[in-house]
Design a protein around this ligand. Sequence first.
Ligand SMILES: [Zn+2]
Length: 236
Amino acid sequence: MMPCCDEPVHAWDQFRVATERLPTTLRCLVVGENPGSASTAYFYDEDRGVAVRTILLGRLHSARIIAAPTLNAFRAAGFLFDHGIRCRLADGEVATQRRLARTYSSPRANAATHLAPFIRNASAVWVMGYVARNAVAAACSDFPRDMRDIARCPYPMQVSEAPKFFVSRYLTRAPPEDVAAIFREFVAFWVRRSGDDAGPSNSAVQRSGARVARPPAADRRRLGRPESRRGSRLRG
Ligand SMILES: [Zn+2]
């Protein structure tokens, strides 16, 4: 058993994320909350549907930040997904940790040391939800301990004091119009970081940056691309 929970092994290790999913160059670490309870499908479990993964891959693909809505394309574009708490927890325990995390007092998020090397290496970090925010603050002293509600203005946003961080609420807890707003802000953040020498710059990103500056429909016409059904459903 693990010392931190009663699982034999964390999903992170079970799905060999560190050996099979780590990008060559870490452009963006996406930090989620925790892998759910024993019955929840893990982000890197390709045999099962995962709501947050579907939204994330679909929207990043629509924004042309990744080449396809797949885990391989996610990795190829330099993305890695990890959780603030790697343990699976019962639903009640997750709710408790999330509540405590709002004031940076989740014991489990504060004990998370696994994020530190990825945060150091990543050009950009998407901090998604309260548990993620608490865990990132515990792992990185540069990250300011803002107590504001991440579901309200000025969130979602780039952290001005620590500009490689983008903070939003958790995608699956946001209504559709908020999800659209989160991605608008993330794409703008990504384009800004790509234009910066310290940012997640590469030629594909530069190209995507030029495109996402225009409205998606006009953009597709201009590029003479076939109208994709996924793209046409993109709200906002
Ligand atoms: Zn554990």
